[in-house]
Design a protein. Structure first.
Length: 184
């Protein structure tokens, strides 16, 4: 074990190319006691960041589609366009909340630590967020298509608001997990 450790440390310090160095460092972390759990948490944190980036990307697409739909709707139903404009503000707010949401990282001296079970709960919440956000994107895309045909879409405002409310509830759950509050 000691000779493996020395070999790996030597390889990391001397380096034989960046990819080999990273591979050896990963190997070192998996062999040393206590580092395996640390590395697993880091992977979960990286996944969390990637999920949030994906959610923001999907919501940004929905924002663009809703902006286009509002422009189309304003040509034939200004009151409905105003209703969707209010919803657009909520959609942008939700995207910003996800973009700047706390992530699964807590510094060493932080009072509330993000435990591995909490990261697993966050993964479940993020999974449902992905589903909800994709529903929003698809729903807004349909509204855009309907607006191009100049079909009435006023009845869809409440459905979009409901979808946004579902995402807001999940964001609150996510925040509670990160702050160590129970989800009772």
């Amino acid at each position: 074990m000691c000779s493996i450790f020395l070999y790996l440390v030597t390889e990391v310090l001397l380096g034989k190319g960046m990819s080999r160095r990273e591979y050896i460092f990963e190997k070192l972390l998996s062999i040393l006691p206590g580092f395996r759990g640390y590395r697993k948490k880091e992977y979960v944190r990286e996944d969390d960041k990637l999920v949030r980036e994906y959610l923001v990307k999907v919501l940004t697409e929905a924002v663009r589609d809703l902006e286009d739909a509002i422009a189309n709707i304003a040509e034939y139903d200004f009151k409905t366009a105003e209703l969707f404009d209010n919803t657009l503000r909520d959609l942008r707010t939700v995207a910003d909340k996800i973009r700047w949401a706390e992530h699964g990282y807590s510094p060493h001296f932080n009072i509330v630590k993000v435990r591995e079970e909490d990261l697993a709960k966050m993964r479940d919440i993020d999974s449902s967020l992905v589903e909800n956000v994709e529903k929003i994107r698809d729903f807004v895309s349909d509204i855009k298509k309907e607006s191009l045909l100049k079909n009435p879409v006023r009845d869809k405002v409440q459905n979009l608001v409901k979808l946004l409310d579902d995402v807001k509830v999940k964001l609150v759950e996510r925040e509670k997990v990160l702050k160590g509050w129970s989800l009772g």
